[in-house]
Ligand binder design. Structure first.
Ligand code: NPW
Ligand code: K
Length: 511
């Protein structure tokens, strides 16, 4: 699903009105009506006083329409006109006149000098002060209102976006943003919903299809996408009926060191469950019997060292290699990694200690960093850093938007795919950004990343392009975690459980 910028949304909005021969007010009426239908399902007899906070722009126009519908249905509604300016958008004005004529709701004006309303646990607050039009800090009294609301126990439904949220930047340190329990957003998801800087204010998100032009939406080029089931289905390639294990590729996992042998076993198991034809494992020889015991389907590659990975020749052509899991940062690991990066002639997934070694190497070589990394990491490799590894690779960032730009620059410089793991992982290739919609906090557990690496390596070996393998693998991994958590709760989830749900996860793609 495309994620649009404010200017693209405005374009889509006006195009749709022309295409459908409706006024902007009629579109607002449709959007507010659908939002109201959703709100209605969440009201019950115990509800509460409803407080609608409406700004003077079109977001406020939505709020005033919702207040009207609520009052028509007999709900008790207090409307606060948050008048940070005296000019009102025409559609907002029209809705205000209608609301006043209805005379069923209490309307109060809030300006800089007003006493702010109290919010209690009985209140359902509908925040319609600012929408996607916010382009500078909210006026101070609106920020005070947000802080007062956030400090209360009231419930909050934000219309389109929480007031105070920017589409293209993080909030300043002292800037207040309304904390939402639910966001009813129109037509397309908004990027900040998925970024850590806004995590404290984003509750449940419901995307409401308000019938904007699909034709225009398909024409608008967006490099930002939310990876949902329908996008994942497009990437998935069904297995041909007439096939054999050679059809699905030969993957190799290279990992492990003296005290870290389990991770590469886990990763190999994950790879084996990804649909791949064959999985071979190159690991310290002291782990060989454990591997065979836990994963008899896997094949071992001879390894010269008991404790570290080596650069032993495979003796066959690998279709994909996953490298780095548990290799440690010793000289032996560094030298084997260097050799593998040099000689690999298939796509790679690079994870964990391999990323740390690469990052360290970059720093040590200082000025030669570009050439060194460029020469050693094969193009179109998938790098899967967690936030700490990412920082070591691309440097520090002051907010999520700067982080995204750093990742894009890095991806362009080295022609690699960066899968930055987080609550909502981001897969970045040059200027293209794919935001994952699956996954849960139960997956923040040891081995979860190893499972992802195995899955990505398996998909690569099956012939998926590096970008498609990264995007599809990221989605499937999160979905398996979600399905596992549904059954067994986030708390008890382990990395092995994620693998057990790969099957259900693939089934969703075929449904
Ligand atoms: N997408 C769709 O299809 C549909 C969208 N709809 C709704 O429209 C909403 C967008 O409405 P909107 O463009 O009128 O902007 P909104 O957020 O109400 O702000 C109002 C104005 O405030 C101003 N301003 C900005 N920052 C400021 C500040 N710090 N302090 C003071 N002023 C500030 C700025 O004007 P400026 O002063 O910059 O000229 C801005 O224009 C959208 O979120 C959705 O709810 C639906 O109705 C129909 C379908
Ligand atoms: K809002």
């Amino acid at each position: 699903m495309k994620i649009l910028e404010a200017s693209q949304l405005a374009d889509l909005d006006s195009y749709s009105c022309k295409e459908q021969n409706i006024s902007s007010w009629e579109l607002m009426e449709r959007a507010a009506g659908l939002a109201y239908e959703e709100i209605k399902t969440r009201l019950n007899s115990a509800t509460q006083q409803i407080k609608v906070l409406a700004g003077p722009g079109n977001n406020g126009g939505d709020g005033l329409a919702i207040a009207y519908f609520l009052a028509q249905d007999g709900w008790d509604v207090d409307v606060f006109l948050v008048n940070f300016t005296s000019s009102r958008s025409p559609d907002n004005q029209k809705n205000l006149v209608r609301l006043k004529n209805q005379a069923k709701s209490n309307i109060r004006e809030l300006t800089e000098d007003s006493e702010l309303p109290e919010f209690t646990s009985e209140d359902l607050v509908i925040d319609a002060i600012f929408g996607v039009g916010l382009n500078r800090s909210m006026p101070e009294f609106v920020q005070k209102l947000a802080r007062k609301h956030n400090g209360s126990a009231s419930q909050c439904i934000c219309i389109d976006v929480p007031s105070g949220m920017y589409l293209d930047q993080s909030p300043g340190e002292d800037e207040a943003v309304f904390q939402s329990d639910l966001i009813l957003t129109f037509q397309t998801p908004k990027l900040p919903f998925y970024l850590p800087d806004y995590s404290g204010v984003v509750g449940e998100v419901k995307i409401i299809d308000i019938g904007l032009s699909q034709k225009r939406l398909s024409e608008i080029s967006s490099e930002l996408n939310l990876v949902d089931l329908s996008l994942a289905k497009k990437l998935y390639r069904p297995r041909p009926r007439f096939s054999h294990k050679g059809t699905y590729g030969h993957a190799v996992l290279i990992g492990g060191s003296e005290l870290m042998l389990g991770s590469v076993i886990l990763s190999s198991k994950s790879c084996m469950h990804s649909g791949v034809g064959k999985t071979s494992v190159l690991m310290p020889s002291r782990g060989h019997s454990a591997l065979i015991q836990h994963l008899p389907e896997a094949m071992l590659v001879e390894n010269a060292s008991e404790d570290f990975i080596s650069d032993q020749d495979l003796g066959f052509n690998a279709d994909a290699i996953g490298i780095g899991i548990g290799i440690g940062t010793s000289e032996a690991a560094l030298s084997a990694l260097g050799a593998w990066l040099e000689k690999a002639d298939c796509p790679l997934v690079i994870d964990a200690d391999a990323l740390n070694l690469i990052a360290e190497h970059i720093t040590l070589k200082d000025k030669k960093r570009l050439r060194t990394l460029d020469g050693q990491v094969p193009k179109k490799s998938i790098l899967t850093p967690h936030p700490g590894e990412l920082r070591r690779l691309v440097g520090s960032w002051k907010d999520d938007f700067e982080k995204l730009n750093l990742i894009k620059d890095f991806s362009k410089q080295f022609d690699v795919i960066v899968l930055a793991k987080d609550a909502y992982s981001l897969c970045v290739y040059q200027d293209q950004v794919f935001v994952n919609s699956t996954g849960n906090s139960g997956m923040a557990t040891a081995g979860s990343g190893d499972v992802l690496t195995g899955l990505l390596t398996g998909l690569l070996a099956q012939g998926y392009s590096s970008l498609n393998a990264a995007v599809l693998g990221m989605f499937l991994h999160g979905l398996a975690g979600d399905l596992a958590a549904e059954e067994m709760s986030e708390e008890s989830l382990t990395a092995s459980d994620i693998i057990r749900y790969f099957g259900d996860s693939f089934s969703k793609l075929k449904a």
